[in-house]
Design a protein around this ligand. Structure first.
Ligand code: 5GP
Ligand code: ZN
Length: 114
């Protein structure tokens, strides 16, 4: 079966600007940044979206959040704040079906999102 684009990044078949890697996750810069800091945090295991993740994997979801917090701190975003986004399915505009957390920061953001 054809690997998804983020699985290809995980296998280093497609280049990406890697921010951090550990046993469970990979973090890399978004190719089309929507803020001065725009990093994607993905699990190494392929799950299409939040809908697919079994409840037993809740610690994996926690891991991604903690990772995002760590990176936000390293990027100096603690004082100004940042946004985590987890687009899920069509109406949310999910384009890549390998679950990923967006870490956005470095500018003021509006609410509600479009
Ligand atoms: P989604 O809309 O699915 O939540 O977001 C997918 C994100 O993946 C988009 O922000 C898009 O710019 C990013 N993206 C898509 N393809 C690539 C790629 O090949 N490399 C990187 N680094 N980011 C990608
Ligand atoms: Zn994948």
């Amino acid at each position: 079966m054809e690997l998804c684009i983020f699985c290809k990044i995980l296998k280093k078949e497609i280049p990406a600007k890697i921010i951090s890697e550990d046993e469970l996750s990979l973090s890399f810069e978004d190719i089309n940044p929507q803020a001065p800091v725009h990093i994607l945090i993905i699990p190494k295991k392929h799950y299409s979206s939040l809908i697919d993740i079994p409840e037993e994997e809740k610690s994996l979801l926690g891991h991604l959040m903690i990772k995002a917090r760590e990176i936000a701190k390293e990027k100096g975003l603690e004082k100004t704040g940042y946004r985590l986004v987890l687009n899920t399915g069509k109406d949310a505009g999910q384009a890549v079906f390998h679950i990923h957390l967006h870490l956005l920061g470095g500018r003021e953001m509006s609410w509600p999102p479009g």
